[in-house]
Design a binder for this molecule. Structure first.
Ligand code: GLY
Ligand code: MN
Ligand code: MN
Length: 434
């Protein structure tokens, strides 16, 4: 692996906290993700199942974790199943985890080759103690599930083979656990943010009129990989000129022109943890008066939001507060007027013409991380704060996005070192030209 060792203590403590949330007579199964096919005999880069990773730290395909706290023999209360390496497999695919290495990574003492799964699992399911079988599904509120996962195939097999056990959902429990980050997780997320910062600073130095958006993408990825990241946390958005009003512009194929802004929603992963940065910067190193007016309006909201997104607030109430702030900024910018507000449809207020996405989401092993958005915001959860104003008729938009840990007394900004003031950005961009 290319990242520093995480330390098995994190995963041991994650499993301890998992067990506390289970009913008596529980058995939980986590499956790794499949390697997804592309075309012909091609495959996409491997993305581990975040829940399996959370309880084991294992980033290898065809892995399973079974947790069975009431199993009489202590040895089998936690079992990790792995592909058995062989000479031919290693000739083609390289090194696979040995049992000893897997124990060192995960803290799980019992590692069994996955070929032995059904026999051991049958023993666990039939020894009389197991009543509640927790299985895993993707219950992210915005997920669109078009492809059957390994977990979903396992659910079909398990329910068919053992129809009379009680089946339960592990996803809500995982959401509750994963949304509050452990100190080691915060360190890894800080590292992801620091790598992102290096990429951003490199781009500040590189950007000038005539550069292609994809050249900026190349600068970022060079820096990310050089620093031990596997790469982008999500498909990068590098949108110059009028494209920066398109939220999911990912083509990154246009030339950056003098006078335009380029919106960079680009960030690194580190050790499977994500960061999520957006900055909007002037191609020629200087904002116009109007661009700066809008920029500072977004920055004011971004900073206010960091004071409102606090423990015990519910996300949707917070977002409404931000919309109120946005409305008053849009009035000052003369993008809307009092009549627009008076005549507006409350379900589609006037401000939505210029601010048409959510203000924040949780962040962690997934970029849009798990955890119930209707619950109160928790101390220790990590959120993005990302307001934006997009003005199609003026052919530019601005979004600013930082990542913060919700603290008891105040939030801790993991991106506080990343330049955000318009003047600081201009200064850095112009220093290089001297
Ligand atoms: N980069 C994805 C997002 O900001 O939500
Ligand atoms: Mn985001
Ligand atoms: Mn983003």
């Amino acid at each position: 692996m290319r990242h520093e060792p995480i330390g098995k203590e994190l995963f041991i403590s994650n499993r301890k906290r998992l067990v506390k949330g289970l009913k008596p007579g529980a058995l939980v199964v986590f499956n790794s993700n499949d390697i997804m096919p592309s075309n012909a005999d091609g495959t996409l880069g491997y993305i581990q199942n975040s829940d399996l990773y959370y309880v084991s730290g294992i980033h290898q395909e065809e892995s399973m974790v079974v947790v069975c706290p009431d199993f009489p023999d202590k040895k089998y209360r936690e079992v990790l199943f792995l592909r058995e390496p062989n000479e031919l497999m290693e000739k083609w695919e390289g090194h696979k985890l040995t049992k000893k290495e897997a124990t060192e990574l995960s803290g799980i003492e019992t590692v069994v080759w996955v070929s032995g799964f059904e026999k051991l699992f049958h023993h666990m399911m039939t020894m009389g103690k197991v009543q509640n079988v927790y299985l895993n599904t993707n219950e992210h509120y915005r997920s669109e599930i078009l492809v059957q996962s390994r977990d979903a195939r396992f659910i079909e097999w398990c329910q068919k083979t053992y129809p009379l056990h009680k089946y339960k959902r592990i996803a809500p429990i995982m959401g509750d656990l994963r949304r509050v980050k452990q100190p080691r997780e915060i360190e890894l997320m800080q590292k992801a943010c620091d790598i992102t910062e290096c990429g951003f600073r490199r781009v500040l130095n590189y950007l000038r009129p005539g550069v292609m958006e994809y050249e900026l993408e190349a600068e970022f990825i060079h820096e990310f990989k050089r620093l031990g990241s596997k790469g982008f946390a999500y498909t990068p958005i590098i949108a110059s000129g009028e494209n920066n009003v398109i939220l999911h512009y990912i083509e990154n194929s246009k030339q950056c022109h003098a006078g335009d802004l380029v919106l960079l929603d680009v960030a690194a992963e580190y050790a499977n943890y994500n960061s999520d940065l957006t900055r909007t910067i002037p191609v020629s190193g200087k904002f116009t008066k109007r661009q700066k007016e809008v920029y500072n309006a977004v920055l004011r909201i971004q900073r206010e939001a960091n004071k409102i997104l606090r423990p015990n607030v519910v996300y949707f109430d917070y977002h409404k507060e931000i919309e109120k702030l946005m409305e008053s900024e849009l009035l000052k910018l003369k993008l809307i007027d009092k009549t627009d507000i008076k005549n507006q449809n409350p379900d589609n207020p006037a401000l939505k013409k210029y601010f048409y996405h959510g203000t924040s989401h949780m962040l962690g092993l997934d970029v849009h991380d798990v955890g119930n958005m209707h619950d109160k915001v928790q101390v220790g959860s990590v959120w993005t704060i990302e307001p934006g104003i997009y003005i199609k008729e003026e052919k530019f938009g601005i979004r600013l996005e930082n990542n913060v840990v919700i603290g008891k007394n105040k939030n801790h900004d993991l991106m506080s070192n990343i330049p955000i003031e318009a003047e600081e950005i201009e200064e850095i961009m112009n220093a290089k030209k001297k």
